[in-house]
Design a protein around this ligand. Sequence first.
Ligand SMILES: Nc1nc2c(c(=O)[nH]1)N[C@H]1C(S)=C(S)[C@@H](COP(=O)(O)OP(=O)(O)OC[C@H]3O[C@@H](n4cnc5c(N)ncnc54)[C@H](O)[C@@H]3O)O[C@H]1N2
Ligand code: MOO
Length: 394
Amino acid sequence: MISFNEALSRVIGVALPLGSESVSFEAASGRVLSEGVTARFAMPRTDVSAMDGYAVREADLKDIPFSLIIAGEAAAGTLPGQRLPERTAFRIFTGAPVPDGANRVIVQENAERAGDRVTFLRPHGPGRNIRAAGSDFAAGDLLVPAGIRLDWRALTTAAAADQGRISVWRQPCVVILATGDELAAPGQAMERPGAIPESVSPGIAAFVTAHGGRLLRSERLPDVPELLGAAAARALQEADLIIMIGGASVGDRDYSRSVFGEAPDYVFPKVAIKPGKPVWLARIGTRLVLGLPGNPTSALVTARLLLAPLLTGMSGGDAATAVVFEQGCCADPLPACGDRETFLRARMTERGLVLADSQDSGSQRSLAASDALIRRLPGAPAEPAGAPVSYIRF
Ligand SMILES: Nc1nc2c(c(=O)[nH]1)N[C@H]1C(S)=C(S)[C@@H](COP(=O)(O)OP(=O)(O)OC[C@H]3O[C@@H](n4cnc5c(N)ncnc54)[C@H](O)[C@@H]3O)O[C@H]1N2
Ligand code: MOO
């Protein structure tokens, strides 16, 4: 069985972008730029006021108090090119073009206006309160480079470039197939003896969307090979990535692998990790199929460790950045690790990482309260409380 590191490097190897497309800003959130965004013009476009106040000439300033006639007004959006006559002031607002000849804006808090005169009553500070043309960026400057995921900060910078459309990598289209006779839609399990709520695909669906995928649909299917086969064939037509949930193990009714043929072209058939050993990844033509174990914690842990880099890379990002381990300390004693690399659910607190009450891979209660996975290497000895640990945000 391969190690987690080997599985991760194989995921990174197949997590390739799927081609680019041009989108409007409304559709760009969370997408990865396939081409950098360059500015169509300099910002500010012209010298502009940084404050609400009065534009003046330096040469006209006298000891306070002194007055000037107000000769005009400039607001944001006013065309540049107005001229400030000597020994006058202009009423000016933040973002307005500074009239030619003016070289300082005095904030209105230091002045008092009466009709067409302004009297400066308090000393102005050293700042000129003018943003020079091009001081933010010049025409043609690269504002956001290719490869950046457009989060709310990068979207703002990109929009400032005044490009109507931008080039982004295509989103991987995903179909989720959750398998198991026992599964019922949440809200409908109690009425059916033997049923349990299908809890994994709602979590995985949210995970897919958060990591740059486009969810086409999520289906719940019984353990009937014909039905699974038909659903898999449909999914292979439409999706770049199919996520099978459950049926990954060796039970007689575990069909998730066999619906893709006698011997799928595995990227890996399982991984030496706990929880999540039965996780698998295969290529079916140009599509990828990821099999997550049915145990809810195993499914979510393997999603965090292997689906995150897969979706990150397929959506144009740097797959390796999706799996970053940090150093911390564990507030609880740690048990010795067996021969499978183990990821323990934990919660980040001011005291350090606190282990979840249950580490059972079927446990679902602890998931909502866990935001970290502590990484324990095979054969690691037991440790007392306070030991340094490597962990990943969960
Ligand atoms: N003889 C062996 N048995 C098992 C092995 C093994 O190596 N040899 N591996 C165990 C491990 S480790 C895991 S993890 C599980 C994973 O098995 P499957 O992927 O085949 O999962 P299922 O059998 O379908 O289900 C396991 C468990 O999870 C519940 N489940 C499944 N899907 C969902 C869902 N969508 N929502 C909520 N709960 C779900 C299911 O009812 C079962 O209780 O296999 C071990 N067995
Ligand atoms: O790997 Mo399983 O996920 O240990 O229960």
